[in-house]
Design a protein around this ligand. Structure first.
Ligand code: GDP
Ligand code: IMO
Ligand code: MG
Length: 421
């Protein structure tokens, strides 16, 4: 059996949650492999909306296994809150969620360090979600972190206090007010709650699923342009958001990877700081934000908006080895007379279709214009109902990226999804 991967190809919030929920009916196991509660994955079905942060987006499918892999960082308080809300919807969450013992724990003091570090950076802040993601991965690679498996050891509380004290010493460099014990009891209570879940050796379990004939859908968080190695560093997250992250985050070999699905919006958004060549600061940008409801699912921050950036998308397709594209939210472009797409950049007086190393470089997009389709795509149920202008838009993207658009999402609901042959 193979492990197929769903990845965001832009700066996150492409609609991965919706697509994983749709595809999950075909996969017995859905697995998160990186990131943590910086993610906000929205799912709409039967008139309900739910935003998932730590739990994989297959959880609403009967009989599903939702695996939280070794590469994930988990905040027990957020995890408990999320699980209780899912349970309140009648979903047997404890039967459906399995956690890898090697996943790292986000401590309350990791969140304080995140906030102190951002405050100290001032104008050059990353725009982090303030969930403690960066500091937790720092402790992981610095070999100081606490892992989910540690909660089952008798000296866990001492190890927790030791790390907390290390954080207090580290925080001395910042002029930042905080209460290191705030939320501590809630955190320890939530750790107790986590013990009710199945906690396993992640690599053995995931490989056993595959050997036992269970196909797995790996659910990426964030997007390739936020990857710690290949994104717009330092304006990135702290994990490997690209396809390779599925191997390191789950403990599977590259041979196990089957299909790679790349999810992108028909335009672009970004939340937080960093380069965004096609960003719009005008009325059109505001229209995209309002029509697309572009406000962060985790932080509520307004998302920056702009036209589709094909050189950036081509870069992500290359890094991830995308087999099939999934295009989201084209319905948001319904009302526009003209739709623009960046096909190359002008950097330092030269034309290029490559992303520059320097995140502060002035990048001027070169656009190609398309005639808008000016009709309501949310009502479209099959390919033959699509207006010719929309088909032309899709064809251009496919030709540019040399990858087929296999699925088209035309609304937030499960049912507003067209699978092409
Ligand atoms: P994720 O982080 O990649 O899962 O994406 P988010 O959930 O953060 O943001 C995507 C937003 O777009 C959510 O509010 C979705 O409900 C919504 N959405 C998903 N697909 C579509 C679509 O095709 N059309 C419209 N209008 N909204 C969509
Ligand atoms: P999903 O999975 C969009 C952004 C933050 C910030 C940068 C670093 O919903 O697509 P972090 O908290 O990770 O240290 O923040 O990354 N970011 C996201 N942007 N969607 C996300 O997740 C994101 N997770 C982090 O805004 O710019
Ligand atoms: Mg999101």
């Amino acid at each position: 059996m193979k492990l197929d991967v769903v990845l965001g190809l832009q700066w996150g919030d492409e609609g991965k949650g919706k697509i994983v929920d749709v595809l999950a009916s075909e996969y017995p196991v859905v697995a998160r492999f990186q990131g943590g509660p910086n993610a906000g994955h929205s799912i709409h079905f039967e008139g309900k909306k739910f935003v998932l942060h730590s739990v994989p987006s297959g959880v609403f499918r009967d009989g599903s296994i939702n695996f939280i892999g070794s590469g994930v960082v988990l905040d027990p308080v957020i995890f408990r809150e999320e699980c209780l809300a899912i349970e309140a919807m009648g979903v047997p969450v404890k039967e459906r969620v399995v956690i890898a013992d090697r996943a790292h724990l986000i401590l309350p003091t990791h969140r304080i360090i995140d906030a102190a570090s951002e405050a100290a950076k001032g104008k050059s802040k990353i725009g982090s979600t303030l969930k403690g993601i960066g500091p937790t991965y720092m402790d992981k690679t610095g070999r100081n972190g606490l892992r989910v498996g540690d909660i089952l050891t008798p000296d866990f509380k001492e190890r927790f206090l030791k790390l907390k004290n290390k954080h207090i010493a580290y925080l001395k460099q910042y002029d930042f007010e905080y209460d290191a014990s705030e939320n501590e009891q809630a955190w320890l209570d939530a750790v107790e709650y986590m013990k009710q879940f199945e906690i396993v050796d992640g690599a053995y379990r995931v490989n056993d699923y595959l050997i036992g004939g269970k196909s797995i859908l790996a659910e990426g968080a964030q997007g390739t342009l936020l990857d710690v190695d290949f994104g717009s560093y330092p304006f990135v997250t702290s994990s490997s958001t690209s396809c390779a992250g599925a191997c390191t985050g789950l403990g599977v070999s590259p041979h196990s990877i089957g299909k790679v699905y790349g999810v992108f919006k028909a335009y672009c958004t970004r939340v937080g700081s960093g380069p965004f060549p096609t960003e719009l600061f005008d009325e059109t940008g505001e229209q995209l934000r309002q029509k697309g409801f572009e406000f962060g699912a985790t932080t509520g921050r307004p998302r920056r908006t702009g036209w589709l950036d094909l050189p950036a998308l081509k870069y992500a397709v290359m890094i991830d080895g995308v087999d099939e594209l999934i295009m989201m939210k084209a319905d948001v472009l319904d009302g526009f007379d003209t739709i623009k797409v960046a096909v190359s950049y002008e950097v330092g007086g030269k034309q290029t279709d490559e992303i520059p190393y320097d995140v502060y470089a002035e990048v001027k997009p070169v656009y190609r214009e398309f005639k808008g389709w000016k009709c309501d795509l949310t009502k479209v149920k099959s390919e033959d109902q699509m207006p010719s202008e929309f088909k032309e838009y899709i064809k251009f993207i496919e030709d540019y990226l040399k990858v087929p658009v296999r699925i088209i999402s035309l609304g937030p609901d499960r049912d507003q999804t067209i699978v092409r042959n």
